[in-house]
Design a protein. Structure first.
Length: 170
């Protein structure tokens, strides 16, 4: 069970809002400071590690930039969205960010609510109003990558590739 305070976002949240082009070539720490600065100024200072995001349709639309890595790096515990853009979802798998589709989540939760995520039962529960919703299950192999830190850490842990050590990310 994963419990988190929620931050609410709307429909069609673009990857440019999570990882603006102006910081793409900067170190990941600088990139983190820019997450949602354009549409939620100061949010990065209000959210706490382990907090989660609930959103509407088409979360992560836009380019194939690694915006899910930025969310993981700042400590967002998970994402619940009505629907997730395919490129963003694939990057979430690769970078070890737990991103899940949950029909009805944008109306069942308000900002500040507490969500209890149960991946064994593929459900999420709202502590405030008592509502429970079904998550769209994802294949075990993808969930393993998301929960294991992403593609490279899982391959390293399994002995399939040599550890990268202090080498910069690819």
């Amino acid at each position: 069970m994963i419990t988190a305070r929620l931050w609410k976002f709307g429909n069609d949240i673009n990857t440019d809002l999570m990882l603006p082009g102006s910081v793409m070539a900067k170190p990941e720490a600088d990139q983190a400071r820019a997450v949602f600065a354009a549409n939620r100024p100061g949010w990065i200072d209000e959210m706490k590690r382990g907090d989660a995001i609930v959103a509407g349709r088409n979360f992560g639309m836009g380019s194939n930039r690694p915006a899910s890595r930025s969310l993981r790096n700042i400590g967002v515990g998970f994402l619940l969205a009505e629907s997730i853009n395919g490129l963003f979802f694939r990057n979430s798998v690769n970078f070890g960010f737990l991103a899940l589709e949950c029909p009805g989540c944008s109306t069942a939760f308000e900002e500040g609510d507490t969500a209890q995520l149960d991946l064994d039962r593929w459900t999420v529960h709202n502590s405030r109003n008592g509502m429970s919703l079904k998550l769209q299950p994802i294949p075990d192999r993808l969930l393993t990558l998301m929960r294991g830190g992403g593609l490279y850490p899982v391959l390293e842990a399994g002995g399939y590739i040599a550890p990268r050590g202090n080498n910069p990310p690819l």
